[in-house]
Design a protein around this ligand. Structure first.
Ligand code: HEC
Ligand code: HEC
Ligand code: HEC
Ligand code: HEC
Ligand code: HEC
Ligand code: HEC
Length: 501
């Protein structure tokens, strides 16, 4: 785990490829001891050429690596990833079908929380904006599991560090799950986030994780080791006695030649009936070959490869937990979620295109918004706003966005969408004011930048419109709409005054 991230130049294998869907050719190379990415397209209508220094990588390289770069203190994932199994450079999984050069995939600090040490909180306004480097050192360090170790070192060992093995079971499990659990949907508690989690804390007080309760069939296979483990007979019968460290040494994995005996000993620690063990498949010493089979090909970074459901028979279908409630999402590990949390979980499904989830989300969030402490909950009001806007109830959406901004003036999603509603109601000055701030603080919100340019032009401000487009193109140089608009404005000095009415 200590190699989960590092400087981009470390172990960099130069390469190049052309991405068919966008027609962009990429080259990854070393210059002056630094890692660089260059991109170009030789199409007379859509000329493109540029380069970008890459700063850090994320991923040990077992399955692949993602690269990070920064522009003006904003951190992004590079459009290209290294794929270890195939030994090739190709597009970032999020950009496989991109038609344009994708340069604005924001890196957020949760990503860094799991892959680096001393991750810094982002500045208000944008989740990928950092005052300095977004983390202090690459890799997962002692403090990720033992808490702040500087006091311990300064006091020559008298100040305590957190020993995960001595915590209550759920705090103990939280230490690993802060990085090894994502769920189908994760919801931050009000005013909290994963980055605030420290060893010794209860993870559920920062983030709550949901998954489909009635998961059955191939396409709903549990994706995390914890979700899978919760379905195993070993876990269901052993309860708190079984945890990640029942099988894993947090300080290192066994060497390949020790692997079989290492895991066998872990199984036999519980399955200790010597007669059973002696008779049970003496021809195969590797218990995991039959009970924890591996999926042979997985390029997917965040899915279990080894079947942690520990089934009787390899690849057995999932155990299902039929719940009495009609609800499809449930807290992973059980327990009852608040209306707010469940509502926000459904809202995320709704954003992925699930119409039934939208109805459920509105009902739950509306109820939650009635409670006194919801005033300061920008996330709740932003999501309700998006749901109402999606359902064409603009008045209600506007009210929710205003509430979100009252709770958190830096909420750029609420500001960008409120601006659209203000503009449709001919309140252009307010819309411009909101879009300007969004583009200034969160330049990866490309739609807000483009809307700002149109709005400035409508208001007769050609220079301001061109400036907005320039800023947009600084972050996303291949944005065709913005390039065309910019060319129109540069060729025609009357462009914006002409459309003024
Ligand atoms: C700060 C985040 C973080 C914490 C906390 C964390 N892990 Fe990890 N773990 C990672 C990352 C990132 C990787 C993958 C990168 C790598 O293999 O180096 C990983 C990989 C692993 C692997 C696979 C290693 C291999 O050789 O394939 C195991 C097993 C594991 N972790 C177990 C644990 C256990 C058990 C705990 C709790 C005691 C834990 N982790 C806590 C981030 C974390
Ligand atoms: C909740 C914690 C968490 C977050 C958030 C997270 N990761 Fe991971 N990531 C992990 C763990 C743990 C592993 C390795 C074990 C696994 O695959 O289960 C991993 C594996 C990877 C790998 C494959 C590494 C390898 O060994 O080949 C890449 C690449 C990666 N993550 C990139 C990212 C990027 C980029 C982000 C942010 C957009 C991100 N991750 C966010 C926990 C996280
Ligand atoms: C991935 C999480 C993780 C990381 C990273 C990690 N540890 Fe640990 N460490 C643990 C866990 C969990 C235990 C408790 C093991 C148990 O009791 O089963 C532990 C136990 C220990 C102990 C024994 C404590 C005692 O009182 O028995 C020491 C010493 C220790 N770790 C030192 C370190 C140092 C030094 C580093 C950094 C080089 C480090 N650990 C990194 C998870 C981690
Ligand atoms: C912390 C103790 C513990 C550990 C470690 C453990 N198990 Fe189990 N396992 C159990 C218990 C308890 C049961 C339930 C036994 C029963 O119902 O009689 C069980 C059940 C099983 C079953 C039956 C599953 C079913 O669906 O009927 C298999 C197979 C199994 N374990 C294999 C393993 C293997 C392989 C390992 C090591 C990789 C392992 N176990 C590690 C405690 C453990
Ligand atoms: C019953 C034993 C057992 C328990 C409990 C267990 N694991 Fe594993 N885990 C394994 C085995 C076996 C492998 C495969 C190791 C190998 O092939 O070298 C594995 C592999 C992994 C890997 C590498 C990626 C993958 O899926 O192959 C990660 C990450 C991991 N475990 C995390 C965890 C976490 C987090 C927990 C606690 C939620 C946990 N494990 C609990 C036995 C266990
Ligand atoms: C070659 C494949 C194979 C290997 C290796 C293997 N098992 Fe099994 N195991 C099975 C099968 C198949 C069953 C189910 C038998 C049945 O349903 O009649 C089973 C059943 C079990 C059960 C349930 C027994 C019961 O009576 O309910 C446990 C527990 C178990 N295995 C543990 C282990 C452990 C621990 C190891 C390593 C020491 C191991 N197995 C190695 C194939 C294997």
């Amino acid at each position: 785990m200590s190699h989960a991230s590092g400087p981009a130049i470390e172990g960099l294998l130069p390469g190049s490829f052309t991405h068919a869907a966008s027609g962009v050719s990429y080259r990854i190379f070393e210059r002056d001891g630094k890692a660089w990415l260059s991109y170009r397209r030789d199409d007379s209508n859509r000329q493109l050429q540029g380069e970008q220094e890459l700063s850090w990588f994320i991923g040990s390289g077992k399955r692949g690596r993602t690269y990070l770069f920064s522009r003006e203190g904003y951190w992004f994932e590079s459009p290209v990833n290294w794929y270890t199994k195939k030994q090739v450079w190709d597009m970032n999984p999020k950009s496989m079908d991109a038609k344009e050069l994708p340069m604005t995939l924001p890196v957020d600090s949760t990503c860094l929380h799991c892959h680096a040490s001393g991750a810094q909180p982002s500045l208000p306004g944008a989740r990928n904006h950092f005052a300095n480097d977004p983390f202090q050192h690459g890799g997962v360090g002692c403090e990720s599991c033992h808490g702040d170790t500087t006091a311990h070192v300064d006091s020559h060992g008298t100040a305590p560090v957190v020993n995960p093995g001595k915590l209550t079971p759920s705090r103990r499990d939280s230490v690993c799950l802060q990085c090894h659990l994502e769920g189908q949907v994760a919801v931050d508690e009000p005013g909290r986030s994963l980055q605030m989690f420290r060893p010794g804390d209860e993870l559920g007080e920062d983030v709550r994780f949901f998954a489909n309760a009635n998961a059955a069939g191939a396409n709903s296979r549990a994706t995390s080791q914890w979700e899978a483990l919760l379905r195993s007979a070993c876990k269901r019968k052993s309860g708190d006695a079984l945890t990640c460290t029942s099988c894993h040494d947090p300080h290192g994995s066994p060497r390949p030649e020790e692997r079989v005996a290492y895991y066998r000993a872990k199984c036999v620690a519980c399955h200790s009936d010597a007669a059973f063990v002696a008779r049970h498949h003496p021809e195969q010493q590797d218990c995991t070959a039959c009970h924890m089979a591996r999926v042979s090909t997985s390029d997917v970074a965040h899915e279990q490869v080894t079947d942690h459901r520990i089934p009787r028979h390899p690849n057995a279908p999932d155990v299902t937990f039929a719940t009495a409630e009609a609800e499809r999402l449930a807290l992973i590990g059980g327990g009852k979620a608040s209306d707010r949390d469940l509502g926000l979980a459904y809202a995320q499904l709704a954003l992925r295109g699930d119409a039934a989830a939208a109805q459920q989300a509105i009902l739950l969030l509306d109820t939650a918004a009635g409670h006194g402490n919801s005033q300061r909950d920008a996330e709740l009001h932003t999501q309700l706003g998006l749901l109402y806007q999606e359902g064409h109830d603009n008045k209600a959406a506007q009210r929710e966005y205003e509430d979100a901004l009252a709770a958190d003036p830096a909420s750029s999603i609420a500001a960008g969408n409120l601006a659209i509603l203000e503009a449709t109601e001919h309140n252009l000055p307010r819309a411009l004011q909101l879009w300007r701030r969004v583009q200034q603080e969160d330049p990866a919100q490309l739609a807000a930048g483009f809307n700002l340019a149109i709005g400035e032009c409508m208001a007769g401000n050609r220079d301001a419109a061109m400036e907005a487009l320039q800023r947009l193109l600084l972050f996303s140089p291949d944005e065709a709409k913005a390039r065309q608009f910019f060319e129109q404005l540069s060729e025609n000095t009357q462009a914006c005054s002409a459309s003024r009415h």
